[in-house]
Design a protein around this ligand. Structure first.
Ligand code: GDP
Ligand code: MG
Length: 735
């Protein structure tokens, strides 16, 4: 039989490093049901004993403050695994706080003192045998990074798996709480209040700590007993408020720390150096988080990340593009015209190619972020930005999501939304992932560039910069708006801590990067495929009725009638260039092309997409958008890249030779109904309306509910519409 083992520990204690070392490639990443917390499972063997390992989310505690904590706790209670508790030896006191909570739950624990090398460097020595003796559980020092001590650790784990029931440790929390605990414990025992699931004392403790999850479970389990427990808690609470001006949970935490201190005293831990000597990390921080130099260095580093991503991904992006271009060409020349070919080329190859084309950018972006994250620098960025972003109900870490989404111009909201995982507070995370899509991603940029070129040629680069600022201001203001309305609630108080700087390992970086990239390929790839096919079908069907097709056929016949047969052959031979044709043939070709365009336009108007565009005109006219723009905007929901190409198709430019046609921007500039006010309204609309479909799916996934995906579509589009109408109406009168 295999043994189930859970790796529990603080963030950055080296859990993942150990997990990767033990399981190698035999691992599987999924999610805990119903939440976005990642679940990593893997297998390994020790002396022919099979071990199932789960890498629990990193937590400092087992309260119900964060999703991670709840998930970790539920997992431990449901699965009752053997716990390998990884503690950072260089920061033992703080790490043991979680250990205490595990022991209080009566869980079987093996302590692993990781990063013994770092501890040693800092002049910290730990007598692990003495520690083991005092806590009554195995303690094994290891270096996860090199694998030193891992075998001994597994040996200890396998040995403890055979042990019988474990006694939860009993800490004294001072007279007041202890008295209440005993009283509550008795009540719990008497009523068998959830005691088949949790130890009685633990339930009582959770009530005293006002643990929302346990309390609501208790209420639905047995309302009366829960109320009786609550009454005792209220008494204690009032007592502490009047005597010490504090709450029981603070007292409980104090006593846990006190217990840890006494465990560590007298020989378990000793320091060679004076503790107030600056560690290397602190020295680095003196510069990197300096009040003046810090922000400048940060801007430089972020800019560097940006450059890195877009410079190094340029070539692979090109490869992807040429590959799909080549593939489209092959299919185009080998297959006969028809639905199948059209579906394959315009639907599948273009759609999926468009998505896969982003993979290199995403890979490099995530690689860069993994470096910042694993080295500990990301925590500093968050720390510096925190004060400003807090004003808007956001968090220091929001900055990364914004930048990834296109905060410096160009980026992608999909990895941006996924980057919000570094945020630990649920409200702030939600506010960030809902507003990150307002940044100007790489797919919106071509639309902006097109419209600016067409209507505001004079100050092109300035305007792009202005629109970048507008996106930041918009995102932050909307975040504030959300935080005082739909995502109300205090930010979870959590200390911004600065983990020590570390040199990232290549293995760690690659695993981090690949996990995220693969998720993108998997999810986005399948969805985009379906959507592309749908869009293609909507722009193709229903087709023009035969009578209409005949009508254009007749027009063609009429046009060719007055020309000699030689001219007609010349005009219809697409391989001939302008120079090789007679003047008459040129005129005829132009006429024929114009008929083709009329037919294409009528065909588009007749299709489902065209009808949608036309019927939307009744609303969109107030923002100055006609049916063709509407098609582009609806298509842009599938992927913002579609906007420019759909405008191109809709304005019948798709097939025209570059030589005798004006560019799209010139056409728009000369089309009646288009002017600066329309252009500006459209730019703002594109910047703020519904995120693309893939982003919405990511939002749903990350926010853990369909509700937020629908919300972002409805809210953003309404907001964008109001802005666009205002701009168009005001603009039309003053411009
Ligand atoms: P997690 O957040 O607990 O999953 O921690 P990680 O496994 O991601 O490790 C955090 C950082 O600590 C990484 O940069 C690791 O390379 C580093 N690390 C892990 N174990 C050791 C160790 O034993 N010694 C040293 N020096 N670094 C380590
Ligand atoms: Mg980890």
């Amino acid at each position: 039989m295999s043994i189930n083992i859970a790796l529990a520990g603080n963030p950055n204690s080296g859990k993942t490093t150990l997990f990767n070392r033990l399981t190698g490639a035999r691992q599987h990443v999924g999610n805990y049901p119903g939440v976005t917390v990642e679940k990593k499972e893997g297998r390994c063997t020790y002396k022919s004993q099979d071990l199932n390992l789960t890498d629990l989310p990193g937590t400092y505690s087992l309260t119900a403050y964060t999703e991670e904590e709840v998930v970790a706790r539920d997992f431990l209670i449901e699965k009752n695994p053997l716990i390998i508790n990884i503690a950072d030896a260089s920061n033992l006191e703080r790490n043991l706080y979680l250990t205490m909570q595990l022991l209080e739950m009566g869980m079987p624990v093996v302590i692993t003192l990781n990063m013994i090398d770092v501890a040693k460097q800092r002049g910290i020595t730990i007598d692990h045998k003495l520690l083991s003796q005092r806590l009554g559980i195995p303690v094994v020092p290891i270096i996860a990074r090199s694998g030193k001590g891992c075998q001994e650790m597994l040996a200890a784990a396998v040995a403890s798996a055979d042990l019988d029931t474990i006694q939860p440790i009993d800490i004294s929390y001072g007279e007041d709480i202890d008295t209440a605990l005993i009283q509550m414990q008795e009540l719990i025992k008497q009523k068998s209040f959830m005691s088949d699931i949790y130890p009685g004392r633990w339930i009582a403790l959770k009530y005293l700590e006002s643990d929302s999850q346990i309390i609501s479970k208790g209420q639905s389990h047995d309302h009366e007993t829960s109320a009786a427990l609550q009454k005792i808690v209220n008494q204690v609470d009032r007592h502490f408020l009047s005597t010490l001006n504090t709450h029981p949970e603070a007292i409980i935490a104090d006593h846990r720390y006190g217990y840890i201190k006494s465990v560590l005293r007298d020989g378990v831990i000793s320091f060679k150096h004076d503790m107030d000597r600056l560690f290397i990390s602190d020295k680095i921080d003196k510069v990197l988080t300096n009040q003046f130099a810090g922000p400048l260095i940060m801007l430089a580093i972020l800019f560097g990340l940006y450059q890195f991503t877009f410079t190094y991904s340029e070539m692979p992006v090109g490869w992807f593009e040429s590959f799909f271009g080549w593939l489209g060409q092959i299919v185009d020349t080998t297959l006969a015209d028809g639905y199948f070919k059209s579906l394959l080329v315009s639907g599948i190859i273009d759609g999926v190619g468009g998505v896969l084309g982003f993979v290199p950018i995403i890979f490099f972006m995530f690689f860069g972020i993994a470096i910042l994250e694993d080295s500990g620098y990301l925590a500093r960025v968050a720390y510096m930005m925190d004060r400003v972003l807090r004003i808007f109900g956001l968090h220091g870490s929001s900055v990364m999501a914004y930048i990834v989404s296109g905060g410096i111009a160009g980026g992608c909201a999909v990895p941006g939304v996924m980057a919000t995982r570094t945020l630990r507070s649920k409200n702030e995370r939600l506010a960030t992932l809902l507003t990150a899509p307002f940044m100007n991603c790489g797919a919106k940029l071509p639309v902006l560039a097109l419209l600016i070129a067409a209507f505001f040629k004079e100050n092109q680069s300035n305007l792009l910069f202005v629109f970048t600022l507008v996106s930041w201001a918009g995102a932050m203001l909307i975040a504030k708006l959300l935080r005082v309305t739909v995502i109300r609630g205090e930010s979870t108080p959590f200390v911004m801590e600065l983990p020590p700087y570390r040199l990232p390992t290549i293995q760690g970086l690659l695993i981090h990067t690949w996990e995220r990239t693969w998720q993108y390929i998997k999810k986005a790839g399948t969805i985009i495929l379906a959507i592309s096919v749908l869009i293609w079908a909507m722009m193709t069907f229903p087709e023009l009725p035969a009578s209409k097709v005949q009508f254009y056929e007749n027009m063609r016949t009429a046009a060719t009638a007055s020309y000699s047969s030689e001219t007609v052959t010349q005009a219809s031979n697409q391989d001939l260039s302008k120079e090789e044709m007679s003047t008459a043939a040129l005129i005829l070709r132009k006429e024929l092309t114009s008929i083709d365009h009329q037919q294409a336009e009528q065909g588009l108007k007749h299709s489902v997409a065209g009808r949608m565009g036309t019927s939307l005109e009744s609303i969109s006219q107030y923002a100055g958008f006609d049916w063709r723009t509407n098609i582009a905007l609806v298509g842009g929901f599938a992927a913002k890249e579609v906007i420019v190409s759909a405008l191109g198709t809709a304005y019948s430019l798709g097939e025209v030779d570059a030589e005798d046609s004006a560019s799209l921007s010139d056409t728009l500039a000369n089309t009646p109904g288009w002017n600066k006010a329309v252009a500006l309204a459209l730019i703002i609309f594109v910047m703020f309306y519904a995120p693309c479909f893939v982003t919405v799916v990511c939002i749903v996934r990350e926010a853990g509910s369909w509700k937020w995906g629908l919300f972002s579509m409805a809210f953003n589009t309404t907001l964008a519409y109001i802005l666009a109408v205002t701009i168009y109406q005001v603009g039309s009168t003053i411009m």
